[in-house]
Design a protein around this ligand. Structure first.
Ligand code: APR
Ligand code: ZN
Length: 366
């Protein structure tokens, strides 16, 4: 097929706004699929880029938390068909390196999707003569995207696209951190600092795991209300008393604590919330070039395990359908994560809402 025209949200260097403009999307090449995007979540990682905290090539189509329908297959694609509903993977593991082969695609040694290019180092996107890059090799804030077939995970057709989109990033990141990284067991005491899309997904994962108590912390009371709906047993408004309140509620520190903001200060404070021998799980990603000092002697004395989580330490092809099934069975209240369904033309307003800390997640629907 010929190239298609798509309306997309394009980043052109740090600044508060992305540009909504038309791009062209070339046909999928060998091993790739063309997806008509139906939903794309507005995620904290997109904001990190737009606010200049992380660096990517420019111009770039933003969005990496996407879902849609396959409309065209490149050569040699097997196991997928036109019409399949898919969630897209932003950590596009090579499937061949030693880590991929041992079930750790998040630690792929050959990853190029972070460079915002296809596995062959090129892009299918352009604006006139100018090359345009797909953020994390997805670029889902666009009516069409091309991804490697292995980055399109088939989902049940009865799953709403908004939910399929969220499963591909915040839910996989949050539930995965609980299940794969921290391996939380029933009855463990837990703390979640930051209750955006990722933190709320962690709360839901903790409830599924049977953790108790589940203490949610956020600076925004609206987020705390959502956390209680998602399964938190306690909600603390972040202030100078938070650390002492956690100590009191957990009799000296939680078994496991998660940071889901990416704020250097709350990351640094996290090990202080866990008891001797506990786990501090780092899920939020801080700005680039901002090393965070940790009191290593204290960590050693107290035998704290610090776990750095990347994309939930999971396996998308295994986990995405599992999360879809839990949602469809009514065991994961993921609808609570979608606070606004917006048009792509309103994405800059969605970033403003995100910066203010209000609401759960805006999802662009096409
Ligand atoms: N103390 C407490 N809560 C805070 C603070 C703070 N200092 N700063 C921000 N928050 C809260 C906000 O109110 C919001 O509820 O943290 C939450 C962050 O949520 P989002 O901005 O929606 O971000 P999200 O998409 O959940 O991603 C969080 O995880 O994967 C990473 O890159 C992602 O670093 C980002 C993090
Ligand atoms: Zn994301």
């Amino acid at each position: 097929m010929n190239a298609r025209t798509a309306t997309a949200a394009v980043y052109r260097g740090a600044g508060p706004d992305v540009e909504i403009t038309e791009i062209t999307v070339a046909a999928p090449r060998r091993g790739e699929v063309l997806v008509e995007i139906r939903a794309s979540g507005v995620c904290g990682s997109d904001r990190h880029v737009i606010d200049g905290e992380w660096h990517v090539p420019s111009p770039t189509v933003m969005g990496h938390e996407g879902a849609g329908i396959i409309v065209e297959l490149g050569a040699d694609v097997t196991g997928l068909a036109v019409g399949d509903h898919v969630s897209l993977v932003w950590n596009q593991a090579c499937q061949r390196c030693v880590n991929c082969q041992s079930g750790k695609p998040w630690a792929c040694t050959d990853l190029v999707s972070n460079d915002c290019v296809m596995p062959d180092g090129t892009t299918r996107l352009a604006r006139g003569e100018e090359a345009v890059y797909p953020y994390l090799a997805v670029g889902s804030m666009s009516e069409y995207a091309v991804v490697p077939a292995s980055a399109a995970i088939r989902m049940p057709s009865e799953l709403p696209f908004e939910i399929a989109a969220l499963i591909s990033c915040s839910i996989h990141t949050g539930l995965g951190a609980v299940q794969n990284n921290a391996r939380v067991s029933a009855g463990e005491s837990s703390v979640v600092v930051g209750c955006g899309g990722v933190g709320l997904s962690i709360v839901m994962g903790l409830r599924l795991a049977g953790a108790h108590p589940i203490i949610a912390v956020d600076r925004n009371p609206e987020k705390l209300a959502l956390a209680l709906e998602a399964g938190a047993t306690h909600a603390l408004l972040a202030d100078e008393h938070t650390a002492a309140q956690i100590q009191e509620l957990t009799a000296g520190g939680a078994d496991v604590a998660f940071e889901a903001i990416g704020n250097p200060r709350t990351i640094q404070q996290l090990p202080g919330h866990v008891r001797l021998g506990g786990r501090a799980v780092l899920v939020g990603m801080p700005p680039e070039d901002a090393p965070i000092p940790l009191d290593v002697l204290d960590l050693c004395y107290r035998g704290i395990t610090v776990i750095a989580s990347n994309y939930g330490g999971g396996v998308p092809a295994r986990d995405f359908p599992r999360y879809a099934a839990l949602y469809l069975d009514g065991r994961l209240p993921l609808d609570a994560l979608v606070s606004h369904r917006i048009s792509i033309h309103d994405v800059n307003e969605a970033f403003r809402v995100m910066r203010s800390g209000a609401d759960a997640r805006s999802v662009i629907v096409f």
